[in-house]
Design a protein around this ligand. Structure first.
Ligand code: ADP
Length: 706
């Protein structure tokens, strides 16, 4: 055993563990897989070298030399495969892989079954001096140069056309691997081939150290393949096992006692795994402390999402929480807009880099690609043509789709971390959970708002239904009372006219009537007149009279009707405010009937303002209607009688003053004009009657005014 072997053992352990951790870090990634294959062949090659040094006989040295060259030929082939799939991570067809490894198979036959490759290993005191090559050995050199050359060319081409992080990753891979290959190639391929000198071959594997160091730097700076954890683990593993193997070997070498060295090795190997595990945990804690912290915060926050029912607030929270806790340049959230078949930008937190009106149609290839992916993915994973079609003016790092079973709700896009670190697999897993929770919460909030809208619509429908029902009841009531009124009126009219005729006969034929009798006769005549007037009212109410519709100017008609009550207003100290539109409103109506409507309403208002006050008349258009407001500052109507005032014969006025038919007649007339009337009132403040009548449309252009 000598320093060369120790050196090789350390290299072997380091290379092997490095490859192993890269692989287990992300087993799904083909990039990691092919990189590990490449590194494993490096490890095997180192193992071959070690065995060649350790083997005692010429025969076994020759066997390991053949093994060495065979594995050596597998290194460029596997690196070539890696160069084909980086960074796209797309699977290689089996046939292609077979074709790439075919030369290795041929070399395998040539090395192990013929002496056309290596004839002899020449060594002195166990140390290899040189190989005696066969005539076909050049094939090995050609194969190495060919595959490494082609692989570098592949990576270089990609390097040229790529941008951002991918470009940096490619640069580091290229520089590191070229350095390793050139150095190891010089000592282990070129010098043995041209100078027939293998004395430096033991150095070859160690030249992969700078390669790994440079890649490690790339990992830290540009998070290549998410293996910074892998490097730490490999480093710790290497140190511990270098001690476990190296120290006993060294002691054995110095003391020349295999018993001491073996017992030391056994003792170290027993405690090794425990030391490794505890050191590893500590290292990861230190290394990932920040990451773990925000991951915990996010997961805790995700649990509380369901409590928020308001969608806009929920979306804002998600975006802000992710951006703040992780420390990201920007976060933007898109939601499915089924009506327009789009994904629209709903909420974002950025520095102004994301356009507000960003949308993706269902047909966009990016959306189609995302539908295939069920979890978060890196921007680099998107196939190049789709990435190209995205055509967005800002850099995207991660896309997190949000699904509930097969329903696609939306997605979140993230920019780079502020500390320029890369997103790890752990991050993606946390985002996956968060996206799922957010999806549930978003769906919950959407259902909640739908439910609220439906409740609102239902309430409105019930209100409308009540109104219609009331109107129906009212008009039914009116119709019944109308029929009754017209029957009674006709029946009363005849006896009344007989009474009147009789009285007039008595008045004319009785001579020498004293004043008392004359007064009595006058009072009977007055009462009969009043009864006759009521009958006229009743007949009007019966609605039997025919309407004569004509085009009318509403405000003018209202003004004309005012003249009938002008005197009363003056006497009652009632002022008038008119808010009429400049251009009069045209309606299609029966003039006499409408006059009666306004007369009744004016009269009621005047009656209500026995102490004086103000009568306000407002007229304005609304959609296809004209709205008329008649507002007084009178005594108002108590809430408990408000529903009754439109009922026939409902009155609060003294006997002889009111019959209680005024508002019923108003209702009836408006109904026959397809109009409506509503009332609002406050005791001691006043009353507002609101009438709506259909507007007569003069020309089509002026249809709806809002
Ligand atoms: P009448 O005027 O004969 O009483 P109406 O049908 O016109 O019959 O009115 C019914 C009742 O409605 C009135 O007695 C009165 O109590 C109430 N009313 C109507 N208009 C007003 C008003 N502007 N201010 C206060 N009360 C009113």
């Amino acid at each position: 055993m000598n320093y060369r072997a120790i050196f090789l053992i350390i290299s072997l352990v380091f290379i092997f563990t490095f490859g192993f951790f890269v692989y287990i870090r992300n087993r799904r990634s083909l990039i990691n897989f092919w990189y590990t294959v490449f590194v494993s062949f490096l490890a095997l090659w180192t193992f071959g070298l070690l065995m060649m040094y350790l083997s005692a006989t010429a025969g076994s040295k020759l066997f390991w030399a053949n093994f060495l060259y065979l594995v050596g030929s597998l290194i460029p082939s596997s690196f070539f495969c890696f160069s084909l799939i980086f960074p796209s991570d797309k699977a290689l067809p089996i046939r292609k892989v077979g074709l790439i490894f075919l030369p290795n198979f041929i070399l395998f036959i040539l090395y192990f079954f013929t002496s056309l490759m290596i004839r002899k290993v020449v060594y002195e005191n166990g140390i290899i001096k040189y190989f005696v090559y066969g005539p076909l050995h050049l094939l090995f050199d050609i194969q190495v140069v060919f595959f490494f050359g082609w692989a570098f060319w592949n990576l270089y081409r990609k390097y040229k056309v790529s941008a951002g992080r991918t470009k940096m990753q490619l640069r580091y891979i290229l520089v590191a691997t070229i350095l390793g290959v050139v150095l190891a190639g010089t000592t282990n391929v070129a010098i043995p081939a041209f100078l027939y000198n293998c004395s430096l071959a033991w150095l070859g594997p160690s030249f992969t150290f700078p390669m790994f160091s440079i890649i490690a730097y790339a990992i830290v700076r540009y998070r290549l393949m998410d293996i910074n954890v892998a490097v730490t683990r490999a480093g710790i593993f290497l140190i511990i096992y270098a001690l476990i193997l190296g120290f006993p070997l060294y002691v054995g070498y110095k003391t020349n006692s295999w018993i001491i060295s073996t017992s030391l090795a056994i003792a170290f190997a027993t405690v090794g795994p425990f030391v490794y595990r505890s050191l590893n945990r500590k290292a990861e804690e230190v290394l990932l402390v920040k990451q773990r912290r925000y991951q915990t915060i996010l997961l805790k926050g995700a649990k509380g999402l369901m409590k928020e029912h308001r969608l806009d607030r929920l979306l804002k929270w998600i975006v802000r929480a992710v951006r703040k806790t992780v420390g990201i340049r920007y976060v933007a959230l898109f939601l499915d807009d089924k009506k327009n078949q789009l994904f629209t930008l709903k909420t974002k937190e950025d520095n102004g880099e994301i356009p507000d009106d960003l949308v993706f149609s269902y047909q966009h290839p990016f959306i189609a690609y995302m539908r295939e992916r069920k979890g978060p993915f890196l921007y680099e994973e998107i196939p190049e043509p789709i990435r190209h079609s995205l055509n967005i003016p800002f850099e995207v790092d991660i896309i997190i789709p949000s699904f509930i079973e097969d329903k696609y709700l939306g997605f979140i896009i993230l920019g780079e971390k502020l500390n320029r670190e890369f997103y790890s697999i752990d991050d993606l897993n946390v985002f996956k959970i968060l996206a799922h929770q957010a999806g549930l919460a978003i769906e919950n909030a959407q259902l909640y708002s739908e439910l609220q809208n439906e409740t609102k619509a239902l309430k409105e429908a019930i209100k409308k239904l009540n109104e219609t029902q009331n109107q129906l009841i009212q008009s039914e009531k009116m119709a019944a009372v109308g029929r009754l009124a017209s029957g009674i009126a006709h029946e009363l009219r005849n006896p009344l006219s007989i009474v009147l005729q009789g009285i007039e006969f008595l008045e004319n034929n009785l001579v020498g009537l004293d004043n008392k009798s004359k007064k009595a006769i006058k009072s009977i005549k007055n009462s009969v007149d009043r009864a006759d007037n009521i009958i006229i009212e009743l007949l009007k109410f019966s609605g039997s009279s025919k309407l004569e519709f004509a085009s009318l100017e509403l405000c003018q008609l209202m003004k004309d009707t005012l003249s009938l009550v002008e005197n009363r207003m003056h006497l009652g100290r009632i002022s008038l405010v008119k808010n009429f539109p400049e251009k009069d409103m045209q309606i299609h109506a029966d003039r006499n009937m409408l006059e009666q409507v306004f007369f009744n309403l004016y009269s009621n208002a005047i009656d209500a303002m026995s102490e004086g006050g103000q009568l306000e008349l407002n007229v304005f258009p609304h959609r296809h209607d004209v709205v008329i407001e008649i507002i007084d500052t009178g005594k108002g109507i108590p809430t408990d009688i408000l529903p009754d005032i439109f009922d026939p014969f409902f009155t609060t006025k003294d006997v002889g003053k009111g019959v209680g038919l005024g508002l019923s007649i108003v209702c009836l007339i408006l109904e026959r004009h397809n109009g409506t009337i509503n009332v609002e009132s406050k005791v001691n403040e006043g009353t507002r009657f609101i009438i709506k009548l259909p507007r007569k449309v003069e020309n089509k252009k002026e249809e709806a005014i809002t």
